[in-house]
Design a protein around this ligand. Structure first.
Ligand SMILES: [Zn+2]
Length: 441
């Protein structure tokens, strides 16, 4: 009697001889058998692989049976583990009954799981206006163990994981069932997380990100929403975006801006570059112009320009750029001593490409770490307004505190206007008139 073993098997018949060894011991469905050889061949599903292997194996066994190289019982046992593809032959030979054995790895549930979960996922994706998605899978530990043990026992090196198959097959099936839905690894709008075999579906919705700018033509407006027990401390840029938040049904809005101005400083001129992040939106394919118009209706003192939808990757690139800005400020300054044009000329020529050493200002020390910053003032232009009052346009590196550049903050910022003028000076009004990202026009 011929013995079927991998050791004796012809190395050129690796797939057939290995499959026979496995099926001698365990029943496997088409997918779970095919998956053990997933890296052999290309352009087929694991179900097609498994089905092809089973047909060839069955034909080989049939041949051996006819040549009496295999016993009937042995033939029947393997054929039974092959399952439904072997039933017509078993019946023809008058062997066994129609009972199918259950797959060792998936229990025979994988096919219907993929079908069922794909169909149930579509309305969930639609409810959140998702067009581009990826699939993630959580598989019970006992199933993963069974699959790994099988790979170890037969030293299988060409397989893939059941997780990978579930992710890919559900993605493919959803795409084919609904042409508006696409698997997109680069810029997905959501992750569909499915649990095998429980069948639970979770949707992780990515934020809707809008790239743009904002302007603040009033004072006492903060960037972030600032709640207190008696209501928000100031009106905020984030609050001005709540009308958009309501339209798209998001849960929260977060502002990522290229720096920030003081609450009492206006943001004029160029506006400030920012990314507006809307968390867990229910709608995400509305025209940007409409959303911008809504945002601009919120307040007479805050306005927006929405330039484009952005991806997570854009945000990272943008954040790197946002850290490197140059800014132009307009400051209204009061000096304790009278000012003349010569003094202002002296100030202008002193602050040309001048490096400023600045310890964290005492007014923000309670909420910021005490560090020493080095920032440059590139140039400035001053205009006398009254005996003690002048206006100054200051072109400086982003991150420099201007009020302290003027006052000196009791020696924490040096050099300062007070130092150069030889008399205490104070910034009483501050506007940002231009924010430029390095490498951007
Ligand atoms: Zn299976």
């Amino acid at each position: 009697m011929h013995k079927l073993s991998i050791e004796e098997g012809n190395e050129y018949l690796y797939v057939t001889s290995t499959a026979i060894e496995i099926l001698k011991k365990y029943p496997l469905c088409d997918r779970c058998l095919g998956r053990l050889f997933a890296k052999l061949g290309y352009g087929w599903s694991n179900r097609q692989r498994g089905e092809s292997i089973k047909r060839v194996v069955l034909m080989e066994l049939h041949n051996m049976l006819r040549n009496e190289k295999i016993e009937k019982e042995q033939f029947e046992a393997i054929a039974r583990n092959i399952g439904e593809h072997a039933q017509p032959l078993l019946r023809k030979l008058g062997l066994g009954n129609d009972e199918n054995t259950r797959c060792l790895v998936c229990g025979g549930l994988l096919d219907s799981f993929i079908e069922d979960v794909s169909r149930r996922s579509i309305p969930i994706l639609k409810a959140y206006d998702i067009k581009r998605f990826i699939v993630g899978a959580k598989v019970s530990g006992s199933i993963i163990n069974r699959e790994n043990q099988l790979k170890l026992e037969f030293r299988l090196g060409f397989g893939e994981s059941i997780k990978a198959e579930i992710r890919r097959e559900i993605g493919k099936l959803i795409q084919s069932l609904d042409k508006d839905l696409t698997v997109d690894f680069d810029n997905p709008e959501a992750t569909l997380l499915v649990e095998y075999p429980a069948g639970a579906i979770y949707l992780q919705v990515n934020s809707l990100l809008i790239k743009g700018r904002y302007w603040k033509t009033g004072r006492m407006i903060s960037q972030a929403y600032w709640p207190t027990p008696s209501g928000p401390k100031y009106y905020s840029i984030e609050e001005a975006l709540w009308s958009v938040l309501r339209i798209i049904g998001a849960e929260r809005v977060v502002l990522h801006a290229a720096g920030r101005e003081d609450v009492d400083a206006r943001m004029l001129g160029s506006g400030r570059p920012a990314i507006f992040e809307f968390k867990t939106p229910r709608k995400r394919h509305l025209p940007l112009r409409e959303l911008e118009q809504e945002a601009n209706k919120s307040s007479n003192y805050v306005s927006f320009r929405f330039e484009d939808y952005a991806s997570r990757k854009d945000v990272q690139l943008y954040k790197d750029d946002m850290a490197k800005t140059s800014k132009i400020y307009k400051a209204l300054i009061v000096s304790e001593e009278p000012i003349d044009d010569d003094k202002l000329k002296e100030l202008e020529s002193f602050f040309v490409d001048r490096l400023i050493m600045q310890k964290t200002p005492s007014r923000v020390l309670h909420r910021r770490p005490n560090i020493l910053r080095r920032r440059k003032v590139y140039s400035m232009q001053c205009l006398k307004i009254w005996e003690h009052v002048f206006e100054c346009l200051i072109n400086a590196e982003g991150g420099l505190y201007i009020k302290e550049l003027v006052s000196g903050d009791e020696g924490r910022t040096t050099p300062s206007f007070s130092e150069v003028l030889g008399a205490p000076a104070r910034c009483v009004e501050l506007d940002v008139v231009s924010v430029k990202l390095r490498g951007h026009p």
